[in-house]
Design a protein around this ligand. Structure first.
Ligand SMILES: [Zn+2]
Length: 139
């Protein structure tokens, strides 16, 4: 099974792919949306592994259930990005408005799922609660 480190690498790789595709934004904005979604997916899997020791996510439906129950703060935007990615692959022609929406969802997901390093004790806080889990410093 892919582990935490693998997901950590893939989330960066997929974001870099999206950025690379963005150098020709009109032509590849559908694949920019798709690679943003897959980067977000690996942010989720990495977080589930690291914060909840969930190392096996079977498929998209399984992941959506975990996000709904354990990460309610990103549930809606994750689904928006999921459906934009599906539309990019199978249904619609994707343009600048959809890409802008996907970038906004992605930025919010990344912000919530990126660990916060405590400036006082250096602890890597996985859950963004506003306070350091170790020393209580307001983050
Ligand atoms: Zn601390």
């Amino acid at each position: 099974m892919p582990n935490f480190a693998w997901h950590d690498g893939k989330k960066i790789h997929d974001f870099e792919t999206s950025t690379f595709l963005g150098t020709n934004p009109i032509k590849f904005c559908d694949w920019e949306v798709i690679t943003l979604f897959y980067s977000a997916l690996h942010y989720v899997d990495s977080y589930l592994s690291n914060a909840f020791s969930i190392d096996f996510v079977a498929n998209h439906d399984d992941r959506k259930r975990w996000v709904n129950s354990l990460l309610p703060q990103i549930n809606r935007i994750y689904l928006v990005l999921y459906y934009l990615s599906r539309d990019s692959r199978y249904n619609l022609s994707i343009g600048a408005p959809e890409l802008t929406k996907a970038k906004s969802c992605y930025a919010q997901i990344k912000q919530v799922l990126t660990p916060v390093i405590c400036p006082k004790c250096g602890f890597k806080n996985l859950k963004n609660t506003g306070k350091c889990e170790t020393c209580g410093t307001t983050l």
